[in-house]
Design a binder for this molecule. Structure first.
Ligand SMILES: C[S@@+](CC[C@H](N)C(=O)[O-])C[C@H]1O[C@@H](n2cnc3c(N)ncnc32)[C@H](O)[C@@H]1O
Ligand SMILES: [Zn+2]
Length: 274
C-alpha cells in the first residue's frame, strides 16, 4: 500500500491530507486525483504556458530510449546511490516519465515521490509505476513538501532549486545530482553542433550552484561505450531539446546512420547540508 507524503498546500502552505479520491488542506483548498492516480498541485499562476515542461513526443521518445536498455548501467548506479535505509522518503524532482524513481520504487521499500511540471510526463509515470506518488508541480517555485520531510532528493538532468531542496531535505538527508559527464554523447553531439562542449565542467558547475546550501560529499563517474541503433538515435534527438537547433543537413546525416557508437558519461554527485 502506498504511503502518502507530508505534502503542503500550494495555495496556503498548510498540511495537505491526501486520501483515496482527493487532496484537501484544513483551509478548504482541494485538489483532485487524476484517474491515473497522480495529483496536480500546479496552480495556474505557477506555469508559464498551458503545457509547461517536456511535451508528449519528448516523453514517449524518452520512455522508448530507457526501455531500449541504453542507460541501464546509469539506472543501476542511481539505484545504488539513492537508497539509504528502508524507510527512506525519496523525491525525484524533474522526474520526467518516471524511469529512475520507478526503478527505485520497484526494487525497494520506502516512500517515493516524483514531481514534474509536465502533466504528460507525470501521467505517463503514474500509468506505469504504481508504487510511487506522482505530482505535477513547478520545481522552480515552492515545492509542495513540508520542511525537512525527505531523506533523499534525486535530480537527474533536471532544473534544480537548491534553496527549496535545502528546506525540504532532512538535516542528515542526501541530495543526489545526475549530470552529464565528460564527453557524454560527444560522437553524436559533434555531428549535430559545430561547438559541442566537452562537458568537463558540468559537475563542478552543478556543485557550485548548490554551494551556499550544500557541500559535496561524494562523486561517482560512470563512463561506457554504447552502440545505438537507428531507432535509439532518433529517440535521443527527439528527447533532447539542444539537438533541435542543429542544421537540417546535420540532423538528416545522423538520421541516416544505421548505428553509432557513443560515449555515455554520467556524474552522480552526492551533497549534504552545508
Ligand atoms: C531532461 S528531462 C529529465 C527527466 C528525468 N529526470 C530523466 O532523467 O529521465 C527534464 C525534465 O524536467 C522537467 N522540468 C522542466 N522544468 C521544470 C520545472 N520548473 N519543474 C519541474 N520539472 C521541470 C521537464 O518536464 C522534464 O521532464
Ligand atoms: Zn490550502
Amino acid at each position: 500500500m502506498k504511503t502518502k507524503p507530508a505534502l503542503i498546500c500550494p495555495a496556503c502552505e498548510t498540511a495537505l491530507d491526501w486520501n483515496e479520491k482527493e487532496c484537501r488542506c484544513a483551509r478548504g483548498h482541494s485538489f483532485d486525483q487524476a484517474k491515473e492516480g497522480y495529483l496536480n498541485l500546479l496552480l495556474s499562476h505557477q506555469r508559464k504556458s498551458n503545457h509547461p515542461g517536456d511535451d508528449a513526443n519528448m516523453i514517449q521518445a524518452r520512455r522508448r530510449f530507457f526501455d531500449s536498455g541504453a542507460l541501464d548501467l546509469v539506472t543501476e548506479q542511481i539505484k545504488k546511490s539513492a537508497i539509504g535505509n528502508h524507510q527512506s522518503a525519496i523525491l525525484d524532482c524533474g522526474c520526467g516519465e518516471g524511469h529512475f524513481l520507478g526503478a527505485l520504487s520497484e526494487a525497494h521499500d520506502g516512500q517515493f515521490f516524483g514531481v514534474d511540471v509536465s502533466k504528460e510526463a507525470v501521467r505517463c509515470a503514474a500509468k506505469r509505476y504504481k508504487k510511487a506518488n506522482w505530482i505535477v508541480a513547478n520545481a522552480m517555485r515552492k515545492l509542495p513538501f513540508a520542511d525537512h520531510s525527505l531523506d533523499v532528493i534525486l535530480s537527474v538532468l533536471a532544473p534544480r532549486n537548491p534553496e527549496e531542496f535545502a528546506r525540504i531535505l532532512k538535516p542528515d538527508g542526501a541530495l543526489i545530482l545526475g549530470v552529464p559527464g565528460p564527453n557524454h554523447l560527444i560522437e553524436l553531439r559533434s555531428r549535430l553542433a559545430a561547438n559541442a562542449g566537452d562537458f568537463e565542467e558540468k559537475a563542478d558547475e552543478a556543485a557550485a550552484k548548490c554551494a551556499p546550501h550544500f557541500s559535496e560529499t561524494h562523486r561517482e563517474l560512470l563512463c561506457y561505450e554504447q552502440t545505438l541503433n537507428a531507432a535509439q538515435i532518433a529517440d535521443l534527438i527527439q528527447m533532447t531539446p539542444i539537438f533541435w537547433c542543429s542544421s537540417p543537413e546535420a540532423k538528416a546525416g545522423v538520421q541516416q546512420l544505421a548505428e553509432l557508437k557513443v560515449t555515455v558519461s554520467f556524474v552522480l554527485l552526492t551533497l549534504q547540508h552545508a
